[in-house]
Ligand binder design. Structure first.
Ligand SMILES: [Fe+2]
Ligand SMILES: [Fe+2]
Length: 410
């Protein structure tokens, strides 16, 4: 009996086999005709595909599948190269890969053109260049590495022994740009509050001071770093990747029931911030690292370590510490490529997984063509199971557009 992908299921299709939960509880019996409620329920459970009787597939479905199948090979040959550093016949990347192939084939059918692969850079890797000084990256140009005044006033309030949501709201309300961005975010599907939240005071009481502060940090940093000019990086793609990573991190954190899930969104937003510092302040050296990564088909952070003796996660971590960001955020930024060096702390491991998912499920090809390899120990440390992937991919798709709008509307 054919397996039908969750997004292609339609009302009236008949289940060809009993459906059990992971705890072996029967949820839907063989022979049942699917209703709209069933479809919603199946999606929320993260079911990827179902066994459906041949007779109930319907002509429309068969026509659709035939059309998509014609693009599967093209999708695979494109994605095979993107996934080359990952084990696509081993979970969880097997699930990620099969989803991505199916979605890409569907997109191709609707006229999507895969991103063109980047070629090698014309850089002489033997030529001597000035060595990189990490301390120098983060000092001197105060303008780049300092944040807007409102951010410092927020930190002052938070440091105050009697700090309250009320005081925080007062500080934020004085900054019109910050207030507007925060309120739009709080009213977006990321939070899913019912009813409109129309004041910062109300937002502070609903979210709590820590969450609101973390979000304010995210807004400050994005507004500061949004338009850094770079010949190497497409900034639009950079921020799209960061937003996607933030959404994956937040959704996975919610799934695990972790405390402070909002900080995971901000963590994703900022996880690669060290890269912007390197691009801006050491572009010559960074170009050499990019050239090496493209030549060797190695992950960017490895090439950075070889060429620069440091990498963007370390630079990001130092910057985060300089900004006095909360410790969990420092761990997310500093540990997303080296969860082992962070004893597989949940912040580092989860951000690592979110980063790989964001690379795999977004089509932004930036700096290098290959999706960085998933470190299995980090995946295991999160305690996640592959059945969350389908739901996460779908949920990020829904939220992504709205959130991009919020950060990038002028
Ligand atoms: Fe990174
Ligand atoms: Fe990343």
């Amino acid at each position: 009996m054919p397996f039908v992908y969750i997004d292609d299921l339609t009302v009236g299709m008949i289940l060809g086999e009993d459906l059990f939960t992971s705890k072996n509880r029967l949820v839907l019996a063989e022979g049942i005709a699917l209703t709209a409620e069933h479809l919603e329920m199946l999606k929320s459970w993260g079911i990827v595909e179902l066994d459906i009787t041949e007779e109930s597939l319907g002509e429309e479905y068969l026509r659709q599948q035939e059309a998509v199948a014609q693009f599967t090979e093209q999708a695979e040959s494109y994605l095979f190269r993107r996934f080359i550093l990952n084990e696509i016949d081993q979970e969880p990347m097997a699930t990620v890969y099969s989803h991505t192939v199916h979605r890409s084939a569907q997109n191709l059918l609707h006229g999507w053109e895969p991103t063109v692969f980047l070629g090698e850079l014309d850089v002489d890797l033997e030529e001597r260049i000035p060595p990189l000084s990490v301390p120098k990256l983060l000092t001197g140009d105060v303008e780049l590495v300092s944040l807007p005044g409102v951010y410092h006033r927020i930190i002052e309030v938070m440091d105050h022994p009697d700090s309250s949501a009320q005081m925080l709201a007062q500080v934020i309300s004085k900054d019109a740009f910050m207030s507007l961005r925060l309120l739009t975010l709080v009213n977006s599907p990321i939070y899913g509050f019912s009813g409109k939240i129309d004041s910062v005071t109300r937002a502070a009481s609903l979210l709590g001071t820590n969450e609101l502060t973390t979000l304010a940090i995210g807004v400050s940093v994005v507004s500061k770093f949004k338009n850094i000019p770079s010949e190497l990086v497409d900034m639009d793609a950079y921020w799209r990747h960061s937003i996607r990573c933030g959404l994956y991190a937040k959704i996975l954190a919610q799934h695990l029931g972790l405390l402070g899930e909002e900080s995971y969104f901000t963590g994703g937003l900022l996880h690669d911030i060290g890269r912007l510092i390197l691009l801006d302040r050491a572009s010559l050296q960074y170009k050499r690292a990019v050239a090496k990564a493209r030549k060797d088909h190695s992950p960017m952070f490895r090439a950075e370590q070889e060429v620069l003796q440091t990498d963007h996660s370390i630079v990001g971590k130092l910057l985060a510490m300089r900004w006095r960001l909360p410790t969990p955020l420092v761990r997310m930024i500093g540990g997303h490529h080296s969860p082992s060096a962070n004893d597989y702390a949940i912040e580092a491991s989860l951000m690592h997984v979110a980063d790989v998912l964001a690379h795999a499920c977004g089509h932004e090809v930036n700096l290098v063509n290959e999706i960085p390899p998933l470190q299995m120990k980090a995946w295991k440390a999160t305690g996640l199971k592959e059945d969350v992937i389908a739901t996460a991919i779908r949920q990020v798709d829904v939220e992504f557009r709205d959130v991009v709008q919020i950060f990038f509307s002028e």
